[in-house]
Design a protein around this ligand. Structure first.
Ligand code: 13P
Ligand code: SF4
Length: 310
């Protein structure tokens, strides 16, 4: 605490001096989310905040694809990341070249990219989606054939949801998975239910189909938080990154969480020290730059998402 407080004060002073805003994904450490963050939430909410930001500097405490999204939407701002190594197993699973190859195999498909993708992949896609709007956006697209990248497991959940809604679509996907969410198992859920009667299981759509089907609620991190806050249950099992449980423990201290969450090593690369240093004098690798043609095409794909989100 003695170490955190001066750093927090210094970062908040630097933000004022430099007209900087800090966007924090719910998975980063609570001292960042609550101590220095201006906006906290899921990928969709943070993309909206990035678009509306009037700051000279946007520091994104999350992972690189989120900071790229901020740069795509706010090109006038200097967008910085505390640690350039904060990748994402989904975003890193497919390149623009690989997507171009897939598009040539399925030329009639509408290309839908999950926001957990690089700017280059977004530039090759027709519409971007997040965990919060993927089902509604895809269900309402006119095309029957959808090429969905990069999350194979979210594609499985999407197929099941479309079927449940009576929507006939052919969803083809690439082969990425989230290294955090693909590890949760149905056996883990069964064991927890046996041990904690009345347990509610809350999962992210990056989990396997089997896990999602066995959960009581599936949604974006924002929707998961809202579900827990509005649901009466003796215990909750959160099948997601532990940072979200940290947020809920702060904001809903009366709820009981039984553990079982997992850490995203990329999100955990963010720290107060790195944020302070990046605000003081960002190194070149901490500044997000994008080719203008890619940025413009990626921005059309994200703007289409804003238009199509109910
Ligand atoms: P959300 O948009 O639901 O916050 O998900 C982001 C993410 O990276 C999940 O692993
Ligand atoms: Fe990527 Fe998974 Fe980490 Fe989210 S939790 S940033 S999808 S690796």
């Amino acid at each position: 605490c003695r170490e955190i407080a001066p750093l927090t004060l210094e970062i908040n002073r630097l933000k004022r001096e430099k007209n900087a805003v800090i966007l924090t994904h719910s998975y980063v450490e609570p001292e960042i989310v609550y101590g220095v963050g201006d906006f906290k939430g899921d990928s969709y909410y943070l993309a909206q905040q990035a678009k509306n930001a009037h700051a000279d500097i946007i520091l994104f405490a999350g992972v690189v694809f989120m900071a790229e999204t901020a740069k795509i939407l706010s090109p006038q701002a200097t967008v910085i990341v505390p640690d350039r190594g904060s990748g994402c197993s989904l975003a890193d699973s497919i390149t623009g070249d690989e997507l171009r190859r897939l598009k040539s195999v399925y030329p009639d498909a509408t290309v839908v990219c999950y926001i957990n993708s690089t700017a280059e992949v977004k530039a090759e896609s027709d519409v971007c989606v997040t965990s919060g709007n993927v089902y509604d956006i895809v269900a309402n697209l006119p095309a029957r054939r959808i090429l969905f990248v990069p999350d194979r497991l979210m594609a499985q959940n999407l197929r099941a949801e479309l079927k449940a809604r009576g929507v006939d679509k052919d969803v083809i996907s690439s082969d990425g998975t989230c290294m955090v969410h693909d590890e949760f198992t149905v056996a883990q859920i069964a064991e927890a239910r046996a041990q904690f009667p009345g347990l509610k299981v809350v999962a992210h759509p990056e989990c396997t189909r089997e896990v999602a089907a066995a959960a009581d609620f599936v949604g974006s991190t924002g929707a998961m938080m809202a579900y827990v806050k509005t649901t009466a249950a003796p215990y909750f099992l959160m099948l997601t990154e532990c940072g979200l449980v940290g947020r809920l423990e702060v904001e809903s201290p009366e709820k009981n969480f039984i553990g079982g969450c997992r850490l995203c090593p990329y999100m955990k690369l963010n720290s107060l020290e790195k944020i302070r240093d990046a605000l003081l004098a960002p190194r070149p690798d901490q500044i997000v730059t994008l080719d203008e043609d890619i940025r413009l095409r990626a921005s059309r794909c994200i703007e289409r998402m804003f238009e199509l989100t109910p």
